[in-house]
Ligand binder design. Structure first.
Ligand code: BG6
Length: 460
C-alpha cells in the first residue's frame, strides 16, 4: 500500500443537525433563523426548498448509522440543534430532544463510530436572534449554558466536542455579503458578531474544562490559504490582509488565545473595532482549543487592488485586495470552485510551523456537483469517479504533511448523504450516498464503496 495512515486515524464524514434532521418544527423543536428566513423569503432558496426538506435523519438515524458503518466510518460529526435541545434558547432541555440525542449517540457508539459533536452549525434559535443574536452580549451566556447542558447530558459518552462550525460564515453571510439571515451589510456589526462568537466559544471551553470530563474540545474553521498573484510587495500585502480577515481573525484567538495585533490596529484605524469589556482578554486566553477541525474546500487567490477604494462604499475586507483568477487553475466544473489539493498540505504545514503543531483533523473537504444525476450508471448508481479522484488527491497531500511531521489525526468528508444546504438547498450534491428526494431512497455511490475500502485498509 503506497499511502498508509497512522493507526487510529479518523475516517468518516460530517453533517449537521439543520441539514440532516428535518422535523424542523417537530419533537418540541422551535424555529431557527432558517425556518424564519424561509417563511419570509422562500425565493432566496434554490428552487424554494427550505429547511424542512432534509434526508430525515431525525426519523432515519438508525438506518443512516448502519450505512455509515457500511461506509467504513470509525467517526462521524454532526451537530446538536440548540433550538431542539433548548427550544427557547434558555431554560430546561426538551425531554424528546434529550432522548433523541442519547439514542443517536448510543447508536453511533454501538456501531463502533466515535461521535464528534458540534454545538452550533449556523442554526441560531429564532428567539436568540430576536434578542439581537451574536450582537447581544447576553447571548454569550445563553450559549455557554446551552453548551454546558450538552456537556452535562452527553459528556460521559462524547469525547470530541466542537463549539462552532465555521464561525466566520454567519458573520459573512448575515452581516457582510447578504447570504444568511438577518441580511445586514455593516462591517462594524459583523466585527461585533465575530468577537462575541469567539467570547462564546471561550466561555463554552471554560465550562467544558470546569467539568473535568474525559475528552477534548475544539473549533472547526474553514481555512482558505491566501495565495498572492506575485511576489511584488503590493500583492504580498494583499494576501497578508486577506489572510488576516478570513483566517487569522478566528484562528489566532482559537489557537493562540488572542487576536493578531495588526488586525486590531487596522480595525481601530478604520473605526471598526467592536467594544470590549474588562476580562475579555483573559476569557479568550482561556479558550485555547485542544484540537482544531479544518474545513478545506478551495484557496483564496488575491492581488493588490487595481483601483482606489471609493470611501463612500461600505467598509469591507475587499477594500484591501482584489480577487485573482490564476491562469490554468483547476476548477470543479460542477460547482465553480477551484480545486487545489496542495492547499491541505499548506494549511497543515502552517499549523505545524506557526501554531505549535496543534493537533488537527480535516473536518470537511468535499466536492459539490450540480446535476449529478447525469452520472447515473445503467444499474442506477452514481458513478462519481471525479469525487474519488478529488478525495484521493487531497489525501495524498494530507499524507505528505504527515510524513513531514504535521499532526493531522483524521479525514472527514463533506458529506455522507446528499443533504439540504442552506440557500443552495440540493443544488450541489456532496454525498457518498445518493439521496433520491422523491422516495427518500439511499443508494451508495461509487465513491462510497471506494471510501469504505480506504477507511477499512487505513490507506490506499
Ligand atoms: C460548508 C458548510 O462550508 O459547505 C456546510 O459547513 C455546507 O454546512 C457546505 O453545506 C457546502 O456548501 P454548498 O453551498 O456548496 O452547498
Amino acid at each position: 500500500m503506497q499511502y498508509r495512515f497512522p493507526d487510529h486515524f479518523w475516517w468518516g464524514s460530517a453533517s449537521s443537525a439543520a441539514q440532516a434532521e428535518g422535523a424542523s418544527l417537530q419533537g418540541g423543536k422551535a424555529a431557527t433563523i432558517w425556518d424564519h428566513w424561509f417563511a419570509l423569503q422562500p425565493q432566496r432558496f434554490h428552487q424554494q426548498v427550505g429547511p424542512a426538506d432534509t434526508s430525515g435523519f431525525y426519523q432515519h438515524y438508525r438506518d443512516d448509522i448502519a450505512l455509515l458503518r457500511q461506509l467504513g466510518h470509525n467517526s462521524f460529526r454532526t451537530s446538536i440543534a440548540w433550538a431542539r435541545l433548548i427550544p427557547q434558547g434558555v431554560g430546561e432541555p426538551n425531554p424528546e430532544a434529550v432522548q433523541f440525542y442519547h439514542d443517536m449517540i448510543d447508536t453511533l457508539l454501538a456501531n463502533g463510530i466515535e461521535p464528534f459533536i458540534c454545538l452550533f452549525h449556523f442554526d441560531m434559535p429564532l428567539t436568540m436572534q430576536q434578542q439581537g443574536g451574536w450582537e447581544n452580549r447576553e447571548v454569550i451566556a445563553a450559549y455557554a449554558d446551552y453548551a454546558d447542558t450538552c456537556f452535562r447530558l452527553f459528556g460521559h459518552k462524547v469525547k470530541h466536542w466542537f463549539t462552532f462550525n465555521e464561525p466566520i460564515v454567519p458573520v459573512e453571510g448575515g452581516y457582510l455579503y447578504d447570504f444568511h439571515y438577518p441580511n445586514v451589510v455593516d462591517f462594524r456589526r459583523a466585527a461585533t458578531v465575530a468577537y462575541h462568537t469567539m467570547l462564546a466559544h471561550a466561555a463554552a471551553v471554560t465550562r467544558f474544562r470546569t467539568r473535568q470530563l474525559e475528552g477534548e474540545i475544539g473549533i472547526i474553521l474553514n481555512l482558505t490559504p491566501s495565495y498572492p498573484r506575485s511576489t511584488h510587495s503590493a500583492d504580498l500585502k494583499a494576501a497578508h490582509l486577506a489572510d488576516l480577515f478570513f483566517n487569522r481573525s478566528f484562528l489566532d484567538p482559537a489557537v493562540l488565545g488572542h487576536y493578531p495585533q495588526d488586525l486590531v490596529d487596522l480595525l481601530r484605524e478604520y473605526g471598526q473595532l467592536p467594544a470590549s469589556h474588562p476580562g475579555d482578554a483573559e476569557l479568550l486566553a482561556a479558550g485555547k482549543v485542544d484540537l482544531l477541525g479544518i474545513n478545506y474546500y478551495q484557496p483564496r487567490r488575491v492581488k493588490a487592488r487595481d483601483s482606489a477604494v471609493n470611501p463612500a462604499s461600505p467598509f469591507l475586507p475587499e477594500w484591501f485586495f482584489d480577487y485573482y483568477e490564476m491562469p490554468g487553475r483547476k476548477m470543479n466544473p460542477h460547482r465553480g470552485w477551484e480545486i487545489y489539493e496542495q492547499g491541505i498540505y499548506d494549511i497543515l504545514c502552517r499549523l505545524r510551523d506557526e501554531y505549535g503543531n496543534i493537533p488537527s483533523y480535516i473536518s470537511e473537504n468535499g466536492m459539490g456537483v450540480e446535476g449529478e444525476e447525469k452520472f447515473r450508471a445503467a444499474d442506477g448508481h452514481i458513478a462519481d469517479s471525479y469525487r474519488i479522484e478529488f478525495i484521493r488527491e487531497h489525501l495524498r497531500w494530507l499524507h505528505q504533511g504527515l510524513q513531514e511531521g504535521c499532526q493531522c489525526r483524521g479525514y472527514h468528508l463533506w458529506t455522507f448523504i446528499d443533504n439540504w444546504s442552506w440557500s443552495n438547498a440540493y443544488k450541489n450534491r456532496y454525498g457518498l450516498v445518493r439521496l433520491e428526494r422523491e422516495s427518500g431512497e439511499r443508494r451508495i455511490k461509487q465513491s462510497g464503496d471506494w471510501f469504505a475500502q480506504v477507511a477499512r485498509n487505513n490507506g490506499f
